[in-house]
Design a protein around this ligand. Structure first.
Ligand code: FPP
Length: 226
């Protein structure tokens, strides 16, 4: 039986370069990148073998960017969630944020919570946005939860208190770099990694379909022997 890409995670890189190559401000690339988020989410929602799509939208390290770019990304995210609520509902898509949301403005937190709760009954694709997310931060927050509960640390107990325990099957990074950048460190332990030079705003359903086709031919052994 071929591999099922149940959980796809994507590092959406290359927005800035896409815009700069067109003589535009980096923020223009993020705007175009949000359109790609919409297209890839719709593609995954229509493909019933894909159950979960996790997108790296803002990392714990992205605060180091110029204030103007960070503020733009915050506004873009809020606008996206507000505009897309009807699309989530019509597409039966459940929105599940991961990351430490406590740092965001009360307005953004309210919007995140509204979309999360209003889509909580959706039973199709889960679209998970990683927001103020870092794999190390997630593991540290999870370990602190166990300490607060005075619970023993095991793979199983830690997994239960992570932002998500859903293992990634297929991890894709656009934009040409070959690194994980602190994304889904725990959940990607046995993920198949695919890298493409395509910049995120140019990524589309056709390219994702080609990657999935290749993914299905890979032999996954999870440390064992087939
Ligand atoms: C990396 O490109 C991208 C980000 C840091 C942010 C991702 C944001 C989006 C895709 C748009 C908004 C998202 C949502 C969910 C509405 P980069 O800026 O690092 O590109 P570069 O490597 O070319 O500089």
């Amino acid at each position: 039986m071929s591999n099922q890409p149940r959980h796809i995670a994507i590092i959406m890189d290359g927005n800035g370069r896409w815009a700069e190559a067109r003589g535009k401000n980096r923020t223009h690339g993020h705007e175009k990148g949000a359109e790609t988020v919409r297209e890839i989410t719709a593609y995954c929602a229509q493909n019933s073998e894909i159950e979960r799509l996790t997108l790296y939208a803002f990392s714990t390290e992205n605060w180091k960017r110029p204030k103007i770019e960070v503020e733009f990304l915050m506004k873009l995210l809020e606008k996206y969630l507000k505009n897309e609520l009807s699309t989530y509902l019509e597409g039966n898509i459940r929105f599940e944020p991961i990351g430490d949301l406590s740092i965001f403005s009360s307005s953004l937190r309210k919007t995140i919570e509204q979309v999360r709760s209003e889509t909580s009954g959706c039973t199709g694709l889960v679209q998970s946005l990683a927001l103020n997310y870092g794999g190390r931060d997630e593991i540290v927050r999870a370990a602190n939860r166990l300490i607060a509960q005075n619970a023993p640390v095991t793979v199983e107990s830690l997994e239960k208190v992570l932002d998500t325990s859903e293992n990634v099957d297929l991890l894709i990074r656009t934009g040409g770099d070959h690194r994980l950048s602190n994304f889904m460190m725990w959940q990607s332990a046995y993920a198949e990694l695919f890298f493409t030079d395509t910049l995120w705003p140019d990524f589309n359903g056709d390219e994702l379909a080609k990657i999935i086709k290749k993914f299905k031919t890979v032999e996954r052994r999870f440390g064992g022997l087939n």
